[in-house]
Design a protein around this ligand. Sequence first.
Ligand code: CA
Length: 342
Amino acid sequence: MLKPTRIWTEVDYEKNGKQSGWLMLPHSVTRSAYGMIAIPIAVIKNGNGPTAFLMAGNHGDEYEGQIALCKLIRAIDPARVQGRAIVMPAANFPAAMAGVRVSPIDGGNLNRCFPGDPDRGVTQEIAHYIDSVLFPMVDLFADLHSGGASLAYLPFAHMHEGSDPAVNRRSLDALTAFGAEYSVVWKHADERFAPGAAVKRGIACMGGEFGGGGSVNRSMLANVEQGLWRMLKHMGIWDGPTQAAPATRYMSIPGIDYHVHAPDAGVFEPATNLGDWVKAGDLCGHVHFVDDPMRTPVPCYFKRDGMVICQRHPARVERGDCVAHQVVAGADGGAPAGRTGF
Ligand code: CA
């Protein structure tokens, strides 16, 4: 049986107009015995129509989406809305406030917690609310990511492909409407991820990796802001002006063998730049040992042909850290679907 959430809110999802309030998650600690974690949420509604759920801060150290959604909440005129937008700019709120990927309260990675459980701690409770309360209202889900502190991306919008071709079609249409320079299809939908959980419920879903290194990429922030308006317009939710999208290139990530992991602990010297096209067997980089200068650096190699779209940002690595991953041309991947293993 479905467990009820303990999260409550004064925001009314059925009320017309613009409301900005909080999801109140009970959290009893020494500083605040009967305290609440107040997670921001906005609802912009006008009459009947589809519902878009726009979310950022799934990982707390990924900022373009957080800024873009705060701007959208302030800017959107409910009189030009038909239907509803639900906006959560800092979904894993404790992580967003600390500027880290996972929750400083329970170590929870919100994007590995779905469908969540209200009895298993703060991060699971947030996932459970999104999955059991918000998702049933939603036609389109946007989950806005970035590389966070540990990764640097050549920025792209993306969708996660599920097993229902009709849902995949609607996701691809939303991705196309969003209009990033690169539109990438992840050839999987892990149900622990927010997009995977949404796709499982038949919700069209898009997102993106809009920068990284724990910073804010100015051009991608502008692209995210403009893309969100274009996507709302595509859904028939937004009736206001939008800017034309740049031409997009469709790419895909077929599986985990398009990732390269550090073979040892040390300092990683990359052999490629973001955007480079490489072949299977090409050098990805070397791990150096500055504590033992005579020790020969350890190389690692790409396992597949593809374009380098992501590289590790900090130079220090542990064995097993992802140092790069690739995409291939075309939305269909040209290879069997596989796990990406996050
Ligand atoms: Ca992320």
